[in-house]
Design a protein around this ligand. Structure first.
Ligand code: AMP
Length: 457
């Protein structure tokens, strides 16, 4: 205990001194024993060795979007909670339990977005895009957040890219979107299989709902608790359920396509005909309903070939959402779109030979030996860098071996070595990192020779 003197101010001073000492002691203790904070559960670091694949995926998506006439849109990760309750639906896992709520601001409940279609529609209405020539074709790329149980390929923060076409009801839009997604996967070496279904519209779905409820009542005791609870409110959820005990029950469930009204049937038949004409292989999956309330008519998902529907491995999916603009306060506007998961696409790209060489982070490494060589190496590094060739150095290292080890780790194709002799002779050694072959060239010719070796001239 600190000794307390009589005067008030003196006592405070002593207390302060001792408090500060104790705080410092506690801080040191804490530092000693504290662990490094962990990556939060369900989150993922994208490390430098993976980053090139992410860059390639982004470039391919952006290129595809440009070539099909889509314009980029970015919306914030924070949105009003009501946006998702009204669009995705209140009785969905996402809205019931998976959204990350953040502090309420000015009486408005805010959440981190769990998906992006609703935000795109909000932006479409907010910015008067209804008055632009239709259709409006938009694409996006960004992070989504869902507080789900993490498992392989399922994170709490993940990336999606998506394409949306607003203001066009024709079935060829549905077919073209499927074609775009399929082609994009093909371009990155992923052989995708397409699953498709129609879930009808506000006219015909109630009939299907009745038939579905009647069927599921007969097997009620075999259903999971969640499906039982939701059956009368939204029977489609039972078809979307991922619980193992609900899987066999889907087999005998009635098919929505048998209940479609004439316009929905016509629309669906046209989509399938377009897919046939485009030679796109697809499977009719009667249990495919997508989990969100806003969908109607065509729904589809893409899987990496060989992976089953119902596993956690859909690459992505989408469908029509003709009612959503109106639900969110705009005038009736047909729309269709898809969202694809980037983590799953990158995981597939990693296995692909096509991208193995992209694991390399630089083409050239500049190594040096001795102080004079250091400044020459830096000069050379700048010259190579200015051409756009990817190049690295580590001027802090002295021995050649450690520098070549770094070059190997970075996946460099060639190392440029400058020692005392090369400084004097105004030369550079070019070392092929794979074969180990070396040749000596004039310092001033290095960039020209490198370009030739890399096939850039
Ligand atoms: P959804 O619209 O929910 O079907 O999502 C479309 C795609 O986004 C999925 O097929 C996945 O590739 C990806 N995705 C959805 N949720 C997650 C998640 N929690 N973690 C990683 N990817 C996800």
């Amino acid at each position: 205990m600190p000794k307390i003197f009589k005067t008030q101010s003196g006592a405070v001073a002593i207390h302060k001194k001792h408090d500060a000492a104790r705080a410092q002691q506690e801080e040191t203790q804490e530092k000693k024993h504290s662990r490094t904070p962990e990556l939060p559960r369900g989150m993922k670091d994208i490390l430098p060795h993976e980053a090139p694949l992410w860059d390639i995926l982004y470039a391919r998506v952006a290129g595809t979007a440009r070539s099909y006439g889509f314009e980029k849109i970015e919306t914030p990760v924070v949105e009003e909670s009501a946006l998702f309750a009204r669009s995705i639906g209140k009785d969905t896992d996402i809205v019931e339990k998976e959204m990350y709520a953040i502090a309420e601001t000015e009486g408005v409940k805010l959440v981190l977005r769990p998906e992006n279609t609703a935000s795109i529609v909000r932006a479409y209405i907010n910015h008067g895009m209804l008055n632009l020539p239709q259709p409006v074709k938009l694409w996006y790329w960004g992070q989504m957040f869902r507080h789900e149980r993490p498992q392989s390929g399922r994170y709490r923060q993940f990336h999606q890219f998506g394409f949306e076409v607003l203001g066009d009801e024709s079935p060829i839009v549905d077919a073209e979107l499927i074609l775009i997604a399929y082609n994009m996967y093909r371009d990155i070496g992923i052989d995708a299989s397409i699953q498709i279904n129609s879930i009808g519209c506000g006219q015909c779905r109630p009939l299907y709902h009745q038939a579905l409820v009647a069927y599921y009542r007969t097997v009620r005791h075999e259903m999971c608790e969640n499906c039982r609870k939701r059956l009368s409110k939204n029977s489609l959820r039972a078809l979307d359920c991922k619980e193992p005990q609900c899987q066999p029950l889907k087999k005998d469930a009635p098919h929505c396509v048998d209940y479609l009204c004439e316009p929905c049937k016509e629309h669906f038949m046209s989509v399938l005909e377009y897919l046939d004409e485009l030679d796109l292989p697809y499977f009719l999956n009667h249990a495919l309903v997508r989990g969100l309330d806003y969908y109607n008519r065509t729904v589809f998902e893409l899987y990496a070939s060989g992976e089953e529907e119902g596993s956690q491995t859909a690459l992505g999916g989408g469908g029509r959402y003709d009612g959503l603009v109106e639900i969110l306060g705009g005038r009736p506007t047909p729309a269709c779109g898809f969202a694809q998961g980037c983590e799953r696409a990158v995981a597939k790209m990693k296995d692909n030979e096509m991208f193995k060489s992209h694991a390399r982070t630089v083409d050239i490494f500049v190594a040096q030996l001795g102080n004079q060589a250091k400044s020459k190496a830096l000069k050379l590094f700048e010259e190579v860098r200015a051409t756009g060739i990817t190049v690295a150095h580590n001027l802090g290292k002295n021995g050649l071996r450690p520098q070549l080890e770094i070059a190997n780790k970075l996946g460099a194709r060639y190392s440029l070595v400058i020692g005392q002799k090369e400084v004097q002779d105004e030369t550079v050694i070019i070392r092929d990192m794979e074969s180990g072959a070396q040749e000596v060239i004039g310092f001033n010719k290095t960039v020209r020779d490198l370009k030739k070796k890399l096939g850039l001239s």
